[in-house]
Design a protein around this ligand. Structure first.
Ligand SMILES: [Zn+2]
Length: 92
């Protein structure tokens, strides 16, 4: 299965975080690689949507929408850097 890039999940990330996330830096908890979310390797039918590190292929994010709720698993991420000026209101 060919990977898409992080732009494929720009819409759902916007829904979850309330901000444009594709330029936010994602840091892999496994290898420490740092890359914009737009450059992650995205698989849309994994099942659910899976975003992997392009360096070590660890799973960084899993997004599953069930019954109009989106469940987000970010345990593979060390850090997701959201610029405060673009974050949801109340985040600074
Ligand atoms: Zn990695």
């Amino acid at each position: 299965m060919d990977a898409l890039d992080g732009n494929a999940i720009a819409g759902v990330l916007f829904e979850v975080f309330g901000a444009e996330m594709t330029t936010s830096a994602a840091v892999c908890a496994n290898c420490g690689a740092r890359a914009p979310a737009a450059e992650l390797a995205v698989y849309l039918r994994a099942p659910g949507t899976v975003a992997r590190c392009r360096t070590c292929m660890s799973v960084l994010m899993v997004l599953v929408t069930i019954h109009e709720r989106t469940c987000v698993d970010l345990r593979g991420l060390d850090t997701l850097e959201i610029p405060a000026s673009r974050g949801p209101s109340g985040w600074g």
